[in-house]
Ligand binder design. Structure first.
Ligand code: ADP
Length: 804
């Protein structure tokens, strides 16, 4: 059943129009969603490229040469890059499909209009004839009545005077004959119009309307065919099981399956082949005791009133350790024989899947025998020490113990004279507070600590706050970086694994002097204390004077450096903020530390000895540029405004040369010095990278200052700072107005995306406005770099100066 037979009725005709409208709307919806999909795919591709780039940031050094795992990882990342490109190509094809849909929708709209017009045309002819028949009929009735009346009149006259002629009779006859003629003519017209109407109606119903409907059906069906093909295409470009993706996946699988554990280290072992190690000789250096005759004997334990307690405690500790080794060996042996699970986690196999069973069994056997060997060695070593101590104590027996220190040399002096022959001498005083020790770094963040400790044996002591409780931590560089929390005993002493001491200083001295590992497991030995750097100030080095501002992390104060009496600005960090925030706070200090430029605010130091932690900076007396612009709006001259732009460009040019992206350039984050000179400040969001991709969401973004590519894709480069610089120029020339005022962030963002740019502020030199527009170019690469910006502004200032 087709349109031509089924859809002839008026209601069907109207339904067909409504249906076409609905189809057009559906087409529009599809177009929009395919457009969105293309956008998503493109963004995904960008993300994927960033993933691949991140993944390829691997060590290019020789150590990993020949490593299959490195090789397959690299290939995997390359393939991800390929995948991203494929996504991008597909997204571009989806955009082409959107265009096709748009054309189809246009054609469909035209076809709908043509159908409506044609239908109206043929229906109009039928309607016209129907009206005509009605009109003719009523004419017929009118003439019939006239005819009848005149005929009656004629008959009456004729009957009254039959056979006679007269003027009156002739008149009546004449009228009667005329009416008769008119009636007959009307009759014929009526007959003709009915016949025509019958023909037209028949043609409408049997030829024209079915023809139109049949044509319409074929038009609609051909649209559906095109539509289907477009959809098929769209789906193809979204098909993740397409051959191209399958091939990529296959290549990744092949690469990774190519990792062969037995081959992984062949090249490495070949390269680093060495002959078995020759035994190291450990000998007591007798020159050490040359000056203390009789007291201490080479290679022999000294038992006297100073050492006896320590030796006994040590003996007990070592005996306990021997016993522990024996018990642990027993457990392993029981496990191997009985197959029962072992409580010791290190021996339980981690192999979880059945296919790993054999391998993990083998692994666990190897591990068990290795563990046994290690425990046997430990037991032997400890037993030897026990025997040595026992022997020494036995020799003294019940004799009165010799005095170890006749000359009353203090322990401190002893330490100082004999203890520290390293380049750095450690002072030991139990009286002064820990934070006065040069090697105590306060709440210095871990990243900084790691940066300071470079060679095995380098160490420092610091504080960390966990769950609002302060802990003292010893950080040591030893096969990487190790951090040991100082344990407190019940009676207020401090220790690691060895004996307790009444102060942390003594504990550290003991570790340093004895050259014993801090813990047996780590093997870490203290060799060189790392002292505070120039910029690590003590909180007591500054005196806070008055509050001058409020930052994100805490208040900002004017302060004085005690040592030089220099006025400084101090940013404080609220004590209640979590560690993560404190680390972020110090990020600014870390970045600023390396910079030295007249248009960048200078770091003097950070205070992390105590809470609150603080950043000390040069004091820039004019305060924030934004406030300054607003306060001095009446007196600011164009020359001064241009000078501010030049200063900011100079600072930014310097940052660009150091690969630093500021990410928050705005008038509120610049400071004003003497002579209106401007310094860039607030490096809390800065990153030292050529390109920085934000992956952890975009919280607290200064939307109206941020370039569209950073807002849309989280991609930051110096050219994003250039965009913000354009906004800063606008702030300077509008004397502190709010950009895009009256628009919400999202509205401003929408309008910028559609090409809107702020108009020039009043009295801005046209060249400066042109520069702003260049900074706001949508195409990132057509924005000027800071070097160019500086030169342009500098040249304009020169011209202005010369013209006066
Ligand atoms: P945050 O980075 O925490 O937001 P800011 O750097 O914006 O803090 O500092 C807040 C306010 O403190 C600034 O607006 C300014 O008024 C004042 N301020 C900050 N640093 C200095 C400085 N070096 N000299 C003078 N005032 C400063």
């Amino acid at each position: 059943m087709g349109f031509s037979t089924a859809l002839q009725g008026r209601a069907a005709h109207e339904a067909l129009i409504v249906r076409q409208d609905a189809e057009l709307r559906l087409m529009e919806t599809m177009k929009r969603s395919i457009q969105m999909k293309a956008k998503c795919d493109k963004e995904y591709a960008i993300g994927l490229i960033a993933v691949a780039q991140q993944g390829l940031k691997i060590d290019r050094a020789d150590e990993m040469q020949g490593s299959l795992i490195t090789k397959s990882w690299r290939s995997y990342m390359d393939e991800l890059d390929q995948q991203a490109k494929q996504f991008k190509l597909n997204a571009e094809q989806l955009e082409v499909i959107c265009d096709k849909l748009a054309h189809l929708s246009q054609d469909k709209r035209k076809a709908r209009k043509a159908y409506q017009e044609e239908h109206a045309k043929i229906a109009a002819r039928l309607n016209h004839l129907t009206d005509e028949v009605v009109r003719k009929k009523s004419e017929y009735q009118k003439h019939l009545e006239g005819y009848k009346a005149l005929r009656t009149r004629f008959e009456e006259h004729y009957i009254k005077a039959p056979g006679r002629s007269g003027r009156k009779l002739d008149d009546v006859r004449d009228k009667y004959q005329k009416a008769c003629r008119k009636l007959h003519l009307t009759h014929n017209e009526y007959v003709l119009s009915i016949t025509e109407a019958v023909e037209v109606e028949k043609d409408f119903r049997t030829v024209l309307l079915p023809g139109l409907l049949e044509h319409q059906q074929s038009v609609q069906e051909s649209f559906i065919l095109l539509w289907r093909n477009i959809l098929l295409e769209a789906v193809q470009y979204s098909d993740l099981t397409a051959d191209k993706f399958k091939e990529i996946q296959k290549r990744i699988d092949t690469e990774i399956s190519g990792i062969n554990p037995t081959e992984e280290y062949s090249e490495f072992t070949e390269k680093h082949k060495t002959s078995p190690t020759t035994p190291l000789l450990f000998q007591f250096d007798e020159t050490l005791i040359e000056d203390i005759p009789g007291k201490l004997t080479a290679s022999t334990l000294t038992v006297d009133n100073l050492t006896v307690d320590w030796l006994r405690t040590r003996q007990l500790e070592l005996e306990a350790a021997v016993k522990d080794c024996q018990e642990r060996q027993l457990k392993i042996i029981e496990h191997v024989n009985g197959g029962s699970p072992v409580a010791n986690g290190s021996i339980i196999s981690n192999g979880s899947s059945a296919s790993n069973g054999i391998q993990s069994n083998k692994d666990s056997q190897i591990r068990q025998s290795k563990d046994l060997n290690a425990l046997r060695c430990q037991e032997k070593q400890k037993q030897k020490l026990v025997d040595m101590i026992k022997c020494a104590l036995n020799e003294v027996g019940c004799e009165e113990l010799p005095s170890g220190c006749d000359d009353h040399l203090s322990l401190e002096q002893n330490f100082i004279e004999h203890g520290f022959n390293n380049e750095q001498q450690l002072s030991l005083s139990t009286n002064r507070p820990l934070y006065e020790e040069e090697w105590f770094h306060g709440v210095l963040p871990r990243e900084e600590v790691v940066r300071l400790l470079n060679n095995d044996g380098d160490f420092l002591v610091r504080e960390t706050i966990r769950n609002e409780e302060s802990q003292i931590v010893l950080s040591v560089c030893w096969n990487g970086h190790k951090h040991f929390i100082v344990q407190t005993t019940g009676d207020g002493h401090f220790r690691f694994e060895g004996p307790p001491f009444p102060s942390i200083q003594e504990l550290i001295m003991h570790q340093y002097h004895s050259e014993l590992p801090v813990t047996v497991k780590s093997g870490a030995i203290l060799r060189r204390p790392v002292c505070r750097e120039r910029w690590e100030l003590s909180n007591d080095d500054v005196v806070l004077l008055e509050k001058i501002g409020r930052g994100n992390f805490g208040d900002v104060y004017k302060a004085k450096l005690k040592s030089t009496k220099q006025d400084v600005a101090v940013k404080t960090c609220r004590m209640t903020l979590p560690d993560e925030q404190k680390r972020k706070f110090l990020q600014e200090g870390r970045i600023l530390k390396q910079y030295d430029h007249p248009n960048i605010v200078k770091l003097i130091g950070i205070c992390v000895q105590k809470q609150p932690i603080m950043i000390v900076m040069e004091l820039v007396p004019g305060g924030s540029l934004l406030n300054y612009l607003r306060k001095n709006s009446n007196s600011l001259t164009t020359r001064q405004q241009m000078g501010m732009c030049r200063d900011a460009a100079a600072g930014m040019r310097y940052l660009e040369s150091k690969n630093c992206i500021h990410r928050d350039l705005a008038a509120r984050n610049c400071l004003v010095d003497f002579e209106h000179s401007v310094k860039i400040s607030d490096f809390g969001m800065s990153r030292e990278e050529e390109e920085y991709i934000v992956s952890d969401g975009m919280k607290q973004i200064p939307v109206k200052w941020t370039a569209p590519e950073a807002l849309n894709f989280g991609k930051y480069t110096t050219l994003c700072d250039v965009w913000s610089y354009g906004i800063l120029m606008w702030e300077i020339f509008s004397k502190g107005d709010t950009p895009y005022s009256g628009m919400s962030n999202s509205r401003a963002r929408e309008r910028i995306d559609t090409g809107y740019r702020m108009p020039t502020p009043e009295n801005t030199p046209p060249e400066m406005y042109r520069l702003m527009l260049k900074c706001w170019a949508a195409d990132v690469d057509s924005r000027p770099h800071f070097d160019e910006i500086y030169n342009v502004v500098d040249a304009l200032i020169l011209r202005l100066d010369n013209s006066h």
